[in-house]
Design a binder for this molecule. Structure first.
Ligand code: BES
Ligand code: MN
Ligand code: ZN
Length: 500
């Protein structure tokens, strides 16, 4: 049974619980109501902290078992890091704090915890980030573990956040948790193996957002053919699983305002096709729909928090398989835009899907701006590791908005260069362009390829191949995939496109 996490708020002061949690800043004793809690133990804070080597740094914990005077199994003093009233912590720092707290509560097998948040910690937005961090760190994908470990942690954890203004905190938490659940939907979709989540099944999961008021349109093979989407169809033709293009519309904004569009690469499994990949780590390619998963998670987030924005999500779902019906290197196809493509490498399939999905989005949905997310190139991981996703854009202002959202949320981006000089690498002898320029500037030529299917609309391409899969564990993620992109793009919407 998966562990359930309940987060609720209550007024001050803290009430008895299995574990009581207070915070202390770097080089400072607990202050305000936290100081009162500490005082009941009768312990000398400076002495205990020095003895335990606790300095109040972010991530540190001072763990007092069976504290005198408190009805609790344990008292945790958590390090809040440097507290500078002139430089308030970023949202991401608060999410990390929540993640670190979850790790400590899970390790202690807590069933109930009471967390005291007052003073500088009590801003509703900060409390909401802490709650999101708790949930994101507690998430596990263990549905296929038939045998559970004996030392299993408690199967439910209830965390009560004691705050000065519970009503204000509740509203902020509800909104932020919608986004965290969007990230978790993205993680679930990415973690799901490809035998379970094929193109049709993914489309069904996306269509389920209809229940939240999201308009859903699912295009099948016949419709894609009628639209001339030979690039996307070419990838799909090697698999018995049919392609799907799903359009998700959320209309929470003014009726006459054009939408912001999000487009995702949804390759449910990427074998490479006839240009087949090596066996080592090929299982990771079940996550080659990470862009589409982020778009779906984002649309769920916007709908559940009833964002005052018009947004569309478009995902191109295919499977890239080698077979007797698969595309061959050298095949030439005509994309829906009319551009002809020589497919020199069947493993450069994501850009073929996006070529048609981007063209469709801009022609049919007339967005005011368009962002696509894709696990597009291994090369982006070589360049940036898992610290930053690659950002490619035709518009400096739009790029700046995305970079800012990245810094605020911790889903960081690094802008990469683009320019006509790179187009030479994807010139084809036989067609307008070829789908791979080989190893040099592999991520950039992929972006140049996508740009051929984008007109003048402000556009950004996020290459998330290095950040979405095989994530090193972080404060907010204990699993294989981070669900990268949902928090980032929700922030982009909140800060720039939402009616106030
Ligand atoms: N899905 C892969 C990119 C990828 C690699 C994602 C590793 C996540 C982790 C993509 O379709 C691909 O195969 N790209 C090729 C492009 C090349 C053939 C031009 C690559 O990166 O090698
Ligand atoms: Mn590929
Ligand atoms: Zn791929």
């Amino acid at each position: 049974m998966p562990q359930t996490l309940t987060i609720r708020t209550a007024p001050l002061p803290v009430t008895p619980a299995g574990i009581i949690v207070i915070y202390a800043g770097e080089g400072m004793p607990p202050r305000g109501a936290a100081a009162d809690v500490w005082a009941t133990t009768g312990l000398d804070f400076a002495r205990v902290a020095a003895g335990a080597g606790f300095k109040g740094k972010q991530g540190q914990v001072l763990d007092i078992a069976a504290p005198n005077g408190l009805e609790a199994r344990r008292l945790f003093v958590l390090g809040a890091g440097k507290i500078d009233p002139d430089k308030p912590a970023t949202a991401a720092a608060w999410t990390d704090r929540g993640g670190s707290l979850a790790a400590k509560l899970l390790a202690a097998n807590a069933e109930t915890a009471a967390v005291l948040l007052d003073g500088h910690e009590a801003m509703p937005a900060a409390i909401a980030e802490l709650a999101a961090g708790l949930r994101l760190r507690q998430y596990r994908f263990d549905k296929y573990k038939a045998r559970k470990k004996d030392d299993e942690s408690a199967n439910s954890l209830t965390v009560t956040l004691h705050v000065p203004d519970p009503a204000a905190a509740d509203a902020a938490i509800a909104s932020r948790m919608s986004v965290a659940e969007g990230t978790i939907l993205a993680r679930d979709l990415i973690n799901e193996p490809a035998n379970v989540l094929g193109t049709v099944e993914f489309a069904e999961r996306a269509a389920a957002l209809g229940a939240l008021g999201v308009g859903i349109e699912v295009l099948g093979e016949a419709e894609l053919r009628a639209l001339g989407m030979e690039a996307m169809l070419a990838v799909a033709q090697g698999s018995p699983r049919p392609p799907r293009l799903v359009v998700m519309r959320w209309t929470g904004g003014k009726p006459d305002v054009a939408p912001i569009a999000f487009v995702g690469k949804g390759v449910v499994f990427d074998t490479g096709g006839i240009s087949i990949k090596p066996a080592l780590n090929m299982e990771d390619m079940k996550g080659d729909m990470g862009g589409a998963a982020a778009v779906t998670g984002l649309m769920q987030a916007l709908a559940t928090r009833k964002a005052k924005v018009n947004a569309v999500g478009v995902i191109g779902l295919v499977e890239n398989m080698p077979s007797g019906t698969a595309i061959r290197p050298g095949d030439i196809v005509r994309a829906a835009s009319g551009v002809t493509i020589e497919i020199v490498n069947t493993d450069a399939e994501g850009r073929l899907v996006l070529a048609d999905a981007l063209w469709y989005t801009q022609e049919k949905l007339k967005p005011l701006a368009m962002v696509n997310l894709a696990t597009l190139t291994g090369a982006i991981g070589v360049a940036l590791g898992s610290e930053h996703a690659g950002l490619f854009s035709n518009n400096d202002e739009f790029a700046a908005k995305l970079l800012a959202a990245g810094l605020a949320t911790g889903e960081k981006l690094w802008r990469m260069p683009m320019g006509p000089a790179y187009d030479k690498l994807i010139e084809s002898r036989f067609a307008d362009i070829k789908n791979s320029g080989g190893r040099p500037a592999g991520s950039i030529t992929a972006a140049q390829f996508l740009a051929r299917f984008v007109g003048n609309v402000p556009w950004a391409h996020l290459d998330i191949a290095g950040v979405a899969l095989g994530s090193p564990s972080s404060e907010t993620n204990a699993g294989w995939t981070s669900g990268f992109g949902v928090t980032l793009l929700d922030r982009l919407v909140r800060d720039n496109y939402e009616d106030k």
